[in-house]
Design a protein around this ligand. Structure first.
Ligand SMILES: Cc1cc2nc3c(=O)[nH]c(=O)nc-3n(C[C@H](O)[C@H](O)[C@H](O)COP(=O)(O)OP(=O)(O)OC[C@H]3O[C@@H](n4cnc5c(N)ncnc54)[C@H](O)[C@@H]3O)c2cc1C
Length: 364
């Protein structure tokens, strides 16, 4: 199999890069380790595979994120306001609980159908056969005129490669020859946003907390969820609450106990109805080796900063570029960062292919 560009990783950044390259007539192959495209974007689905809620990102800030706002429009995806009306619970370490309205979060919005709607819209722009799941890339070999990736029963060659996997995961692959030390160091030094987080989602028949005058927000020093928010769809359906798990990694392994404690936390704030979920899920991203590395698991999470320029430059004589949210100069680590990184990577490659064509390279 031979394509113009091999893309490793089918998250927002990998798929956006693919869509932009396909638009210009280039051939791509997106190799994805997981059984589904989306990466950190993941839906909790019902038995008919309909989206119920988000197990990865939930929020966007279109007023402050012009690149994201542009892509929402291009992909025909709508947003609605995050529900925040009513009182929040503040659970203090000494077991005292306060109830009060918290100031609304400026510009915060949710995506109709969840961020998976972005993935579905991007997939429509890429030929089906060009996205290959359950295909973890382990080794990347530079060959004359391109790169080569050996799969279980095939070899894929491409003139160029987009690395759209989290940087620390990518740094641990078998690169032949090895990437320059400075580049590898920059990859290791860039944390993957939310990689070590676990997100819990509980779905209900109705958003009963709203009827009681509660916003669904909890800020807790007791846990197990450190913060909780309303994650219902527009107009309250499907009704859902979500929170980030504050327990250390080892304690999360007992999922039954964690579920029990989460429902107990919901019930002590919102009453016994909170134990009557229709669906409940905990997504522990720290357990996903294609998102989270040992370094992500052990270091204190940091807010994303703009990564060094070396990660936005082309390497190996222009053959290799990176496109993952943490590389984006705008909103690094966030959905907008993924779109930004993809645009930059695609523009770099499109220019390189145009120069090749001018020079008569790459033509049979
Ligand atoms: C719990 C959680 C909450 C979040 N909340 C928000 C939020 O509210 N708002 C926001 O803007 N952002 C949020 N984020 C961040 C957001 O999800 C990411 O910015 C975005 O999804 C990253 O997309 P990406 O394509 O850059 O990378 P990823 O989604 O990480 O995609 C990388 C892909 O590469 C694949 N891969 C890795 N290694 C290999 C390999 N060797 N071979 C083949 N494939 C490989 C992975 O399986 C994955 O599919 C959140 C993230 C999490 C986990």
């Amino acid at each position: 199999m031979d394509v113009d560009v091999i893309i490793v990783g089918a998250g927002i950044a990998g798929l956006t890069t693919a869509a932009l390259l396909v638009d210009t007539g280039l051939t791509v192959m997106v190799l994805e380790a997981a059984a589904r495209p989306g990466g950190r974007v993941k839906s909790l689905r019902d038995s008919d595979a309909r989206h119920l809620s988000d197990l990865g990102p939930s929020w966007v800030w279109p007023p402050y994120q012009p690149i994201l706002a542009d892509w929402l429009e291009r992909l025909g995806v709508d947003t609605f306001a995050q529900f925040e009306e009513g009182e929040a619970f503040i659970e203090m370490a000494g077991r005292q609980t306060l109830q009060r309205e918290l100031p609304p979060q400026s510009g915060i919005r949710r995506i109709e159908g969840g961020p998976s709607a972005l993935i579905d819209a991007l997939l429509l722009r890429i030929p089906d056969h060009a996205v290959v799941c359950k295909t973890p890339v382990r080794r990347i070999t530079q060959i004359e005129g391109g790169v080569e990736i050996g799969l279980e029963d095939d070899v894929v060659t491409g003139r160029r490669l987009v690395m759209a996997a989290p940087l620390r995961v990518a740094a641990e692959l078998d690169w032949r020859p090895a990437l320059p030390d400075g580049l590898t160091a920059a990859m290791h030094a860039t944390p993957t946003w939310m990689a070590a987080q676990a997100k819990a989602v509980a779905v209900y028949e109705t958003p009963f907390w709203r009827e009681q005058g509660f916003s669904g927000r909890i800020a807790s020093q007791i846990g197990p969820l450190g913060e909780v928010h309303d994650l219902s769809g527009d107009d309250g359906a499907p009704a859902a609450l979500f929170g980030f798990v504050g327990w250390p990694l080892e304690m999360r392994e007992d999922e039954d106990l964690l579920t029990e404690e989460i429902l107990y936390q919901f019930a002590r704030c919102f009453g016994e109805d909170a134990e009557d979920t229709t669906h409940m899920a905990i997504e522990d991203w720290a357990a996903n080796p294609f998102i989270c590395t040992e370094t992500d698991r052990t270091e204190t999470p940091r807010h994303p900063e703009v990564a060094p320029d070396i990660l936005r430059e082309a390497h190996a004589d222009g053959r290799i570029v990176f496109a993952v949210a943490e590389v984006g100069e705008n909103s690094p680590g966030l959905i907008e960062g993924a779109f930004d990184a993809a645009q930059v990577a695609a523009a770099t490659l499109i220019e390189a292919f145009a120069l090749d064509a001018e020079a008569g390279l790459g033509e049979d």
